[in-house]
Design a protein around this ligand. Sequence first.
Ligand code: NAD
Ligand code: MG
Length: 394
Amino acid sequence: MRRITILGATGSIGQSTIDLIARNPDAYVIEALTGGHSVETLARDAIRLNAKCAVTAHADRLQDLRAALSGTGIAAAAGPAALIEAADRPADWVMSAIVGAAGLAPGLAALKRGATLALANKESLVCAGPLVMAEAARSGARLLPVDSEHSAVFQALLGEKMESVERVILTASGGAFRDWPLADLARATPEQAATHPNWSMGQRITVDSASMFNKALEVIEAHEYFGISPDRIEVLVHPESLVHALVGHVDGAILAHLGAPDMRHAIGYALHWPDRCDLPVARLDLAEIATLNFRRPEMARYPALEIAQRVMQRGGLSGAVMNAAKEVALDAFLDRRIGFTDMVPLVSRVLDRLDRDSGALDAEWCLEHVLAADQMARSYASEALGAAAGAEQK
Ligand code: NAD
Ligand code: MG
């Protein structure tokens, strides 16, 4: 019996993880499930999987969670400290599927005690790559990538030596606006941005796919996880989303990972690693598919990719700053306070400002410093938004 905890159980990745686990419930003991506002889903799954405890991130939802679990014997808790306690419970395998920087501290808590961490929360590596990797090395914890591209690279690297790797190519669908005229992007709405051509995912990552911020985060994630230098990580637009990543070697060979666009592959791979098990994902019929297309991303359409380069060159806490500013920009876009094309300039401005703040990005690596940089970036981003709104009213 394997003991499992799912952080972010009510989201898209969390629900796909539960889908796999629920197919073989006798193989797992569920230590904890965590979620946000949707306590009904959280309670339903906690009961269905006989979890020992369920935690909502929001203290004001505790009463509702308690009510939904009453009489079941399942413990209920709420708030950020309870999320860390959930990660601290003695699960062997923890899925890190909270969205945003909020996933960092609970994931680190699981790594600290040596659990295997299946990492969907790419923000952990973007904000605190060196800290996360050092913690895993110190405790001996296994960190397994769940982002489909990184799982693909991980699989393509099996049995290979890192010294022979010349380049890593991450593919991107190009998002909702891949084929829009550039002039129309400024008027794109949140609803339009939240439709993905191939993948079904949470709202935030879907909009990040349209802006390419998702790929920008993933390039940094690949840099941190695999230790590959920025100049050897490429992005290709691949509209079919069937080749998830490619690894090029010094002898000219390129190993590609293909599969249906279904996150249950990467999740199931991390769940069963180092074995491969039968998974309920579609099998590709390549003769039916017949053609696969690739093209270089246009920088005018996807300026977020340049931000990733800037962050990797700058290093230090700039990843935490970029991610926090991006989260604020995304909220502002979703609330219709700024346009789609205003997100990158906002993130860029926050990076400029923190770059000028002497030492702000060069603090020593520890969770408090990462969270402080995150907070500072959020307040600078909010300030910049306020100033822009004020100027507009005048
Ligand atoms: P989602 O929005 O569908 O779900 C997010 C989960 O996090 C929910 O359980 C929500 O309740 C919880 N949550 C939200 N804010 C929280 C907070 N402040 N504190 C604690 N919990 C909070 O997101 P998703 O699409 O499942 O993505 C989850 C993570 O996985 C993200 O980091 C995303 O980038 C990554 N990822 C997702 C996919 C995908 O296909 N959905 C693919 C690759 C990577
Ligand atoms: Mg991905």
